[in-house]
Design a protein around this ligand. Structure first.
Ligand code: FES
Ligand code: FES
Length: 158
């Protein structure tokens, strides 16, 4: 089997899997990093949303062979390590707003939210309702209102 090397949550890993295996299954089944959830497997539901080099992406849509040793993947498990403190400010906002219902979509929602806020900040502006409308992560429990409120709170603390 070919070997693939990249960084996950600050640690360099090398995996021995076929080129066309999607990264989501490498994370979950090989590396046992299960925060990124399997919802659809076809880049639609966004339950697996994580960060690749600081930007939101969906590991169910990326072949492991497309990663390079310079690529840095961050999952919900590594998000808090990107800041000072025990939790990322977006996670704190999520807890205070008691956003989660069943919880399945929530890691992806938080990762999408953090990437969105960082992108908007890089453009030198604050987050708007139009920005929030761009988030396409599905929540079958319908927690969308609380998600939007928590993103506003989290953004103000980031
Ligand atoms: S599982 Fe990745 S987008 Fe649905
Ligand atoms: S909290 Fe249940 S799917 Fe979103």
């Amino acid at each position: 089997m070919p070997q693939h090397t990249f960084t996950v949550n600050g640690e360099q890993v090398t995996v021995d899997v076929a080129d066309d295996v999607r990264l989501l299954w490498v994370l979950r089944d090989v590396l046992k990093i299960t925060g990124p959830k399997y919802g659809c497997g076809i880049n639609v539901c966004k339950a697996c949303t994580s960060h690749l080099n600081g930007k939101a992406f969906n590991p169910c849509a990326v072949r492991v062979a497309d990663l390079t040793p310079d690529d840095e993947v961050t999952t919900i498990e590594g998000l808090a390590d990107t800041v000072e403190g025990d939790l990322h400010p977006m996670q704190e906002a999520w807890l205070e707003r008691d956003v989660a219902q069943c919880g399945y979509c929530q890691p992806g929602q938080i990762m999408a939210a953090v990437a969105l806020v960082n992108r908007v900040r890089a453009e030198g502006r604050s987050i708007t309702d139009a920005d929030l409308d761009q988030i396409r992560n599905v929540c079958r429990c319908g927690t969308y209102n609380r998600i939007r409120q928590a993103i506003g709170d989290g953004a103000s603390r980031m």
